[in-house]
Design a protein around this ligand. Structure first.
Ligand code: ZN
Length: 234
């Protein structure tokens, strides 16, 4: 049965998807999460998403009753296909057309397709993703037009009415920190700092004020810069 008050969050365990999960828990009666194993180099991401869910349940009584099942979908075939810095042990650099080699072609398109297939089966029509085209790495599958086109394709292809929500699309990283703060206050900020994972290198050795990471890869630089601007606005 379709439930208009249910949502499925594409949840990687990063800062953005953790913020989206809080956003969904504020709005929907039932919120499920989905993660993807796509041959990413670092298993740490998948561990962080479990910790985040556990901490949310422990620390946010108002939200914990709404947090439903977690799903993990195996897309390891994608890692076999792609020669990128996310799926192979190679250095991060800018490639052709100015795209970094952390771009995994087709990744978000597949994520949305699988999420919709799962949502279809679970009676969930609201799909939520933390993609953004403000502070981002130039990935074409994070663009607003790509997501809108996916929504049209999924609805035609499955004869349904999915709504793809992207609450962070027009926020920069400082505004994403501020949104997490508005949603869950200092406890949510602490949870994201301690338990979310952003670093492309899978580094969790060093704790910075903005969380764990190498501090140098493009993902760490964006996260750290957003943190500094968010804190200086307070
Ligand atoms: Zn890093």
């Amino acid at each position: 049965m379709q439930d208009g008050k249910a949502a499925l969050v594409l949840f990687s365990g990063g800062q953005d998807s953790a913020t989206c999960l809080a956003w969904a828990l504020e709005r929907y009666r039932r919120v499920e999460t989905v993660g993807f194993q796509y041959g990413q180099r670092h298993a740490v991401e998948m561990q962080c998403r479990q910790h985040l869910r556990e901490e949310l349940i422990a620390g946010f009584p108002g939200w914990s009753a709404r947090l439903g099942d977690d799903h993990v979908i195996d897309l390891s075939g994608l890692g076999c296909l792609s020669e990128t810095a996310m799926t192979r042990d190679v250095a991060i650099h800018l490639g052709d057309k100015g795209l970094p080699n952390t771009f995994v072609p087709g990744r978000n398109l597949l994520f949305f397709t699988y999420a919709a297939a799962l949502g279809w089966r679970r009676g969930i029509r609201h799909l939520i993703a933390g993609v953004c085209e403000t502070d981002y790495s130039g990935y074409p599958d994070c663009r607003d037009d790509t997501v809108k086109a996916m929504q049209v394709a999924l609805n035609l292809g499955m004869d349904e009415r999915f709504v793809l929500h992207t609450p962070l699309m027009w926020l920069d990283k400082a505004e994403t920190w501020a949104l997490a703060d508005r949603l869950g206050g200092d406890a949510m900020i602490q949870l994201i700092v301690e338990h979310s994972h952003t670093c492309y290198l899978g580094e969790r050795g060093q704790r910075h004020d903005w969380g764990y990471g190498c501090g140098h890869c493009p993902a760490c630089v964006l996260r750290a810069d957003g943190w500094r601007r968010y804190r200086s606005d307070q």
